[in-house]
Design a binder for this molecule. Structure first.
Ligand SMILES: Cc1cc2nc3c(=O)[nH]c(=O)nc-3n(C[C@H](O)[C@H](O)[C@H](O)COP(=O)(O)OP(=O)(O)OC[C@H]3O[C@@H](n4cnc5c(N)ncnc54)[C@H](O)[C@@H]3O)c2cc1C
Length: 500
């Protein structure tokens, strides 16, 4: 049966901060379709808490934000890409404010934006909204802006299966919506599908973060880079019923302390900056304490702070934890590390271009080179805004109709027996063998296990769960191979058998 074809000028895959910002940039240049796996409001962006880093406070400078980002990246950041981020950041934020973004403010007349401190930032530079709901505010403002643009159409519950390539150029994507497969043909395609947290058993990421964009781009021939660099957040809620809910870095920025199950502060033994040491160091310190004390968690303690301040500054975290019977303003809460962010992804240049004509990319699915071996906290929302806008502008310039009239259906289509069991096993394998602490032996064992599932990459599937599993296996292999290849410890990639 011939496959149904839909034509648009621009296809944006993903409706988080990067995809929405790209769509806004593309709107004056033609009709734009924004495909999202779930409802338009759901994305990792919506869950972002702490804030968005930008050099806008009186005490800050673009040059200092640049230096902090480069330092966090442990020598592997692309300096030109970082410069673009920090220099264009203030303009992108001012634009959001003009569109109605309500960032928290200080002062009697609330005239000044309020900035907080986060780990590895040498200045207070993290803007936040409604205390700890920065992502929700960003999505609200960007969606409102998009809704006012008649050329932008949203395409919810639409799962992108693979990119369509024609004569070496990306000309759109195969999409399944409500069980129906369609080919969306576009003059240019922007990939903005977010991160890979679900590849790991323990993660702060929502269930949609299954690395789809990285996998479909790699299958089409896009170059991926720095896949070994996975950031583990030190403090996710440790509770049998809580899905590793994030307790933001900003809590330590405001003075929260880490204590082990024996009631001792321990961070000063691991780093002179204590609780404000870089994320990877705090995560490894907690892992060491868990091992030493034979416990499942340490505690994040805010009880020395004014309860009214804690409740007002972190209203979302406070009420979510209360739902699990923890009053963060009055008792220490159990926490442990979780996979949080992937620094690697589809390699792009400063304009969001990949090595494939017709394919641009932005946001967490990319590797612009900004984060190097470790992301500076709260730089990712800013990256989504700055590089989403840049990818949109480049896509407008790269638009070219393929003239394609017919698209082959995908074959062979199969089902994966016991795919949910394989999903669980894959996620545990990645957490246990390719996690916070790695070595040749753990990585080789993981690679051998992953090989057993490589047959899954050979076919196409019709259900979202099976499609996601295929993508997660593919990206699991990319991460493991890159981790095996990098023999020294650097940034978030820590090997006990490091050669350096
Ligand atoms: C709990 C939490 C808190 C965070 N807090 C902060 C913070 O305070 N500051 C900060 O800078 N960063 C924070 N981050 C990281 C940051 O939120 C993300 O890096 C960023 O939001 C990613 O944006 P994105 O646009 O690239 O992708 P996302 O926001 O993840 O959007 C991805 C989009 O792609 C769509 N999609 C995915 N696959 C497909 C497919 N196959 N077909 C169709 N559509 C698809 C999804 O439906 C979604 O619309 C946090 C992350 C988490 C998990």
């Amino acid at each position: 049966m011939p496959i149904e074809i839909e034509r648009v000028d621009f296809l944006v895959i993903g409706g988080g901060v990067a995809g929405l910002r790209a769509a806004i940039e593309l709107a004056p240049h033609g009709d734009v379709l924004v495909a999202t796996k779930d409802v338009p409001t759901e994305s990792t962006t919506r869950h972002a808490q702490g804030g968005i880093a930008v050099a806008l406070s009186d005490e800050d400078e673009v040059g200092i934000h640049y230096e902090d980002t480069i330092k966090a990246g442990a020598g592997l950041s692309d300096e030109a890409a970082v410069r673009v981020l920090v220099e264009e950041g203030p303009e992108r934020i001012q634009e959001l404010i003009d569109w109605g973004a309500e960032f928290d403010r200080d002062g009697a007349d609330a005239s000044k934006l309020s900035f907080t401190l986060e780990a590895a930032h040498s200045r207070k530079r993290v803007l936040h909204a409604h205390g700890d709901s920065t992502g929700r505010e960003l999505v609200r403002v960007l969606l409102k802006k998009v809704q006012g643009l008649p050329s932008v159409r949203r395409y919810p519950s639409a799962v992108v299966v693979d990119l369509i390539m024609h004569e070496g150029r990306c000309v759109g994507a195969y999409v399944i919506q409500h069980g129906v497969l369609r080919a969306v043909l576009a003059s240019a395609t922007v990939l903005a599908t977010g991160g890979a947290g679900q590849v790991y058993a323990v993660t702060t990421n929502p269930i949609g973060a299954t690395a789809d964009g990285i996998a479909v781009a790699a299958r089409a021939g896009a170059v991926t880079h720095h896949m070994e660099f996975v950031q583990f957040h030190p403090t996710s809620l440790q509770h049998p019923w809580a899905p590793h809910f994030l307790l933001s870095e900003a809590m330590r920025g405001e003075g929260a302390l880490l204590i082990n199950v024996c009631g001792e502060r321990f961070m000063e033994r691991y780093h002179p900056k204590g609780e404000l040491a870089p994320r990877d160091i705090v995560s490894r310190a907690i892992s060491a304490e868990l091992h030493r004390t034979e416990a499942q968690h340490v505690f994040l303690d805010l009880t020395h702070m004014d309860p009214a301040f804690v409740q007002k500054r972190f209203p979302n975290i406070y009420s979510t934890c209360l739902g699990f019977d923890f009053d963060i303003s009055r008792e220490p809460v159990p926490v442990s590390p979780a996979m949080h962010y992937i620094m690697g992804g589809v390699r792009t240049d400063k304009d969001g271009a990949t090595n494939l004509d017709g394919l641009l990319a932005a946001g967490e699915c990319t590797n612009t080179g900004i984060h190097g071996a470790n992301r500076l906290a709260s730089n990712s929302l800013l990256e989504g805004l700055v590089y989403g806008a840049r990818a949109g502008a480049t896509a407008a310039g790269q638009a070219m109709h393929s003239g394609l009239n017919k698209v082959e259906p995908l074959a062979p289509v199969r089902t994966i027996p016991a795919h949910d069991e394989i999903r669980g096993a894959l996620r545990r394998l990645m957490w246990e063998r390719v996690g916070i602490i790695r070595c040749e032996k753990s990585l080789t064992e993981a690679r051998e296990e992953l090989s057993r599932w490589e047959f899954i990459l050979e076919a196409h599937y019709q259900t979202r769960r099976e499609l996601e599993l295929k993508n997660m296996i593919q990206v699991g292999i990319l991460i493991t191979d890159a981790a095996l290849a990098r023999r020294e410890s650097v940034g978030a990639h820590f090997r006990t058998d490091s050669e350096a």
